[in-house]
Design a protein around this ligand. Structure first.
Ligand code: UDP
Length: 195
């Protein structure tokens, strides 16, 4: 797809439905693909942090979560026209996983949050499999163990909710080692699903 850069951060110029179609394509691939959903706050963070910016730009699918990014694109005539909110994309992905009987893993949030989100998601989407969850508070040295635990249960989709930039950095660092189809940064989404 066409790439648009906002303050040096790449975005795929896609409608919500086109971005979702990319996700569906990823589910048929063998490698792990990353999905990032920066909003304008995150673009500003990346503007001051070149490592984070490079990581965002390494994302396989980068979609504009929020009207701020769309406004910046419109003002500069860059061609992004449609918001693709991460939380709505997560909802659509959960529907897909439910219909297709796919598995998911929820990684992030304060202790207890991912577990409650898992219960709520399982109730709403009984035909998908929540194969694991864990909180998002850990020391760097625990990261390989977390990766192993995820790979052991081979989720089709890994949702990483550590906030930005932690979730994107974690996905980038582990992308080639992950045994999943998709790893998506979802910010505070587990707090939302936990109610
Ligand atoms: N979080 C986490 N580990 C951390 C820092 C934050 O799991 O070390 C979680 C936090 O509990 C919250 C989410 O990450 O659920 C951050 O949500 P926010 O809406 O701030 O995301 P952002 O806007 O930064 O993407």
């Amino acid at each position: 797809s066409r790439i648009v850069k906002i303050f040096g951060v790449k975005f795929d110029q896609l409608t919500f439905d086109e971005a979702y179609a990319k996700f569906v394509q990823y589910m048929a691939d063998d490698t792990t693909q990353s999905i990032f959903t920066p909003n304008s706050e995150i673009v500003m963070k990346a503007d001051e942090d070149s490592e984070f910016k490079a990581v965002l730009n390494s994302g396989d699918l980068v979609i504009p979560d929020g009207i701020g990014v769309i406004l910046a694109s419109k003002i500069n005539g860059l061609g992004l026209t449609e918001r693709v909110p991460g939380i709505e994309m997560m909802g659509r992905i959960l529907e897909y996983c439910n219909l297709a009987g796919k598995s998911i893993y929820l990684f992030g949030g304060k202790p207890g949050v991912a577990e409650i989100a898992a219960e709520n998601i399982q109730k709403s989407f009984p035909n998908l499999k929540v194969v694991g969850y864990r909180d998002g508070y850990f020391e760097a040295k625990e990261s390989p163990k977390i990766l192993d635990a995820i790979n052991e249960v081979k989720p089709d989709v890994l949702f990483v909710a550590l906030g930005a930039p932690k979730q994107e950095l974690w996905i980038h660092k582990n992308q080639k080692l992950l045994n999943t189809k998709v790893a998506m940064g979802v910010g505070g989404a587990l707090d939302v699903y936990a109610g």
